[in-house]
Design a protein around this ligand. Structure first.
Ligand code: GRF
Length: 220
């Protein structure tokens, strides 16, 4: 959970380009994470650019491949073993595609957060990830979408909401242009902010709701 200096250990889980990982690495460099550090990156896929970003930042990275695992439960056991070796105090899903098994969500209950590229409860749940989210938003014709950071529980995209930020949908948007705007204007801002609040002990999770405590208060 904590390193030799007592700092909170953060593990970041990725599956793709790693732009959210990069936002976290940059935030750490700016001193946004009080008494905490990103100690490991875990990728569910080989040769994704997120691994290159970890290497450039000097953060140890491992591949815990989803490929070849017969079921989410089998992958869950593999991922749990990998995480237990790291022993993080916080697990951040940053573009991580596999659905976590109950075994993993229970082992790290209250200590896993995820970034989802919509304003939950819209456009979320099974099969709603990456570009599919923005395709659904455009198909529905919403004028505003955005991103959500939430705690992870056994329900896909069902955990308590920590932060959200709205982004305007523009005439002529494609799923790609909308995804980029949501990442630039929302994801890359609220994910580091949520991690910063967690590290500062300012997130109180009670009865499925999150309260953000003022600076002088503390969740403990
Ligand atoms: C982004 O759309 C993010 O919202 C979703 O995964 C996609 C890729 O993220 N969670 P990243 O560039 O790998 O961080």
């Amino acid at each position: 959970m904590r390193d030799e200096q007592g700092g909170l250990k953060i593990a970041v889980l990725v599956s793709g380009g790693g732009t959210n990982l990069q936002a976290l690495l940059d935030a750490e460099k700016r001193g946004m994470f009080q008494n905490a550090s990103i100690v490991a990156v875990v990728s569910s896929r080989e040769s994704v650019y997120a691994l290159e970003r970890a290497k450039q930042a000097g953060v140890p990275a491992v591949v815990c491949a989803r490929k070849g695992c017969a079921s989410p439960e089998v992958y869950g056991k593999k991922l749990l073993a990998c995480l237990q070796k790291i022993a993080p105090g916080l697990v951040v899903l940053a573009g991580f595609l596999p659905i976590l098994s109950r075994e993993v969500t229970e082992a790290f209950s209250g200590r896993i957060i995820n970034i989802h590229p919509s304003l939950i409860p819209s456009f979320c749940g099974e099969g709603c990830y990456g570009l599919h989210v923005h395709e659904k938003a455009l198909a529905y014709g919403v004028k505003v979408t955005g991103a959500t950071v939430h705690f992870v529980n056994e329900v896909t995209d069902g955990g308590a909401i920590i932060l959200q930020k709205a982004v305007e949908v523009l005439e002529g948007d494609t799923p790609e242009t909308l995804q980029r705007r949501v990442m630039e204007q929302a994801e890359w801002e609220i994910l580091p902010k949520a991690v910063s609040l967690f590290c500062a002990g300012r997130l109180r999770l009670e009865n499925g709701r999150v309260t953000i405590l003022k600076r002088q208060e503390n969740a403990q």
